[in-house]
Design a protein around this ligand. Structure first.
Ligand SMILES: C[S@@+](CC[C@H](N)C(=O)[O-])C[C@H]1O[C@@H](n2cnc3c(N)ncnc32)[C@H](O)[C@@H]1O
Length: 208
């Protein structure tokens, strides 16, 4: 299911435009490999959100080759920190190159291994935690993450409409995991939630 009509998507993409050659190179690589980056519309949202809460410390769960980190970095001060996590060492190496080219090397810390283990083992507080790992693991994240967010911090999940599959009668395990995650956050009293139907759905939980 197309969540946002393609002409509107194109209009939004054109508004964001190109901010840096590294952005263009990452978008080209994503297209070439059919790799799921957040894209410029969600990217610019991440930049605005980071800036709006004066984020200085961001943990990314599932960073790929650095595209979403590029957008967070644009919304952060030069002495901030973004922790990049990815299971794939080649993605990490590519991210190092792209983010260095973009001028963000000093913000970046590269953590090895499973993002959930990195999350469990890394001390907070964080201003913002962004989750884009395998969807089956989404329900595990709030209990691990919310205690490490500062008050007023944000926990953000990508793909929370999952191309509309959240409406399927017969839901596969990934879809059910996204629904379980979403319902668990909406049932909590210590966060305020909004789910934006932008690209593939972005769920933002603001910690009280
Ligand atoms: C959707 S892509 C990330 C895209 C990235 N956030 C962006 O927009 O540029 C998901 C990435 O998460 C990684 N991944 C999936 N599950 C993971 C896990 N449990 N721990 C660490 N990385 C994981 C995959 O290797 C993949 O590169």
């Amino acid at each position: 299911m197309e969540l946002v009509a393609e002409p509107i998507e194109a209009y939004l993409r054109n508004l964001v435009g190109s901010k840096h050659a590294a952005q263009d190179a990452m978008e080209a690589l994503a297209q070439e490999r059919d790799f799921p980056i957040v894209g410029p519309c969600v990217g610019s949202l991440l930049e605005v959100l980071a800036k709006s809460i004066d984020a200085r410390r961001v943990l990314e769960l599932g960073s790929g080759f650095g595209y979403s980190a590029f957008w967070f970095a644009r919304g952060m001060p030069k002495d901030g920190e973004i922790i990049h996590t990815d299971l794939d060492a080649e993605n990490r190496q590519s991210a190092q190159g792209f983010l260095r080219d973009a001028g963000f090397a000093d913000l970046m810390t590269y953590a090895q291994g499973n993002a959930l283990e990195v999350l469990a083992q890394t001390d907070g507080p964080f201003d913002l935690i962004f989750c884009d790992i395998d969807k089956i693991d989404y329900p595990k994240v709030p209990d691990l993450a919310l205690g490490k967010l500062r008050s007023g911090g944000m926990l953000i999940f990508d793909n929370t409409l999952w191309s509309g599959r959240v409406l399927d009668q017969d839901k596969d395990a990934d879809t059910q995991a996204i629904i379980d995650l979403t319902q668990s956050l909406y049932a909590r009293t210590d966060v305020t939630n909004t789910l934006l139907p932008l690209r593939d759905g972005v769920l933002i939980s603001l910690k009280h």
